[in-house]
Design a protein around this ligand. Structure first.
Ligand code: C2E
Ligand code: CA
Ligand code: CA
Ligand code: CA
Length: 277
């Protein structure tokens, strides 16, 4: 499917190749999506391995296009970053996620945490700290219930300014995590300087871990490293019971993945939480 036709976003011109015109169509559709509220959030539970309880959820954006149906973030986040549209989109995500989490907390569903993905572009925005502070005030969400996910590669641009921003978040009481850990190029020198609370082991490691001695050794090492730095460890993309068992044995703190639940609408998450999970 293509983003053109009836929605009025067709930009064919003889000098453009198909890719460039697709891009333009996508960009204008993204702008429209923001104005017409086509974005929605899904939430994926994070389970504490010691208690078996849901301790939080990660907010993941979805785009419900009127003609194309649901579009996954991998197809539009990149362009949203390049065009800067990720800044208003990210602000919407933050506000919506915090509000949802506050509602769950108010209805007695526990001291849940909400994890929100931040993009490099947002991290570099001068107004970021103020806007997070404002969202916390507006929604009444306790700062410690918000966790901001950053990736190693995001910090490579200007590491000093990234560390400064992270320190400000810490002072605010907001939690920080490193997403997709092990897939970027940051050095261990940086890792010890980053004021993060949580390290998320990337799905690629989890996939390689069972049945491969090397894969298992890597996951063991990452968990020891994180605990040595007093970080909590969440394994991502956990799909099988065998993986779950391995992670429990390795001392991993929490898991997130299809073995427990796919990302779901807020309504479904609420049902799941009420059922006492
Ligand atoms: P991520 O932050 O690493 O999110 C985890 C991705 O893994 C999600 O894909 C989730 O649906 C998927 N996943 C979860 N459990 C499993 C599993 O057991 N197996 C497999 N194969 N996959 C699993 P999703 O929702 O398509 O998001 C893709 C990426 O898009 C995210 O990767 C994140 O980088 C980005 N993204 C999503 N929402 C946002 C957002 O609000 N803001 C920004 N800046 N980026 C976002
Ligand atoms: Ca993430
Ligand atoms: Ca991830
Ligand atoms: Ca990812």
């Amino acid at each position: 499917a293509k983003l053109d036709g009836r929605n009025g976003v067709q930009f064919y011109a003889p000098h453009m190749n198909a890719q460039a015109s697709d891009r333009l169509a996508l960009e204008s559709a993204l702008r429209r999506a923001l104005h017409e509220q086509q974005f929605t959030l899904h939430f994926q539970p994070q389970i504490d391995l010691a208690t078996g309880r849901v301790v939080g959820t990660e907010a993941l954006i979805r785009w419900r296009h009127p003609l194309l149906g649901t579009i996954q973030p991998e197809r539009f986040i990149g362009l949203a970053e390049e065009t800067g549209l990720i800044v208003p989109i990210g602000a919407w995500v933050l506000q919506t996620a915090c509000l949802q989490n506050r509602q769950w907390q108010r209805s007695g569903l526990g001291p849940l945490r909400i994890a929100v993905n931040l993009s490099a572009r947002q991290l570099a925005e001068p107004g970021l700290l103020d806007s997070v502070e404002r969202v916390l005030q507006d929604t009444g969400l306790p700062p410690a219930s918000l966790e901001i996910e950053l990736t190693e590669s995001m910090m490579m641009g200007d590491i000093e300014s990234a560390i400064h921003t992270m320190a400000c978040f810490k002072r605010m009481g907001v939690k920080l995590s490193i997403d997709d850990f092990g897939t970027g190029y940051s050095s261990l020198q940086y890792l010890k300087r980053l004021p993060v609370d949580v390290l998320k082991i990337d799905r690629s490691f989890v996939q390689d871990m069972v049945g491969s001695a090397d894969g298992a050794a890597l996951v063991d090492a990452i968990i020891s490293l994180a605990h040595g730095l007093r970080m909590h460890v969440i394994a991502e993309g956990v799909e099988t019971i065998a993986q779950l068992d391995f992670l429990r044995g390795a001392g991993c703190d929490s898991v997130q993945g299809h073995v427990y639940s796919r990302p779901q609408t807020g309504e479904r998450i609420e049902v799941l939480l009420r059922a006492g999970h």
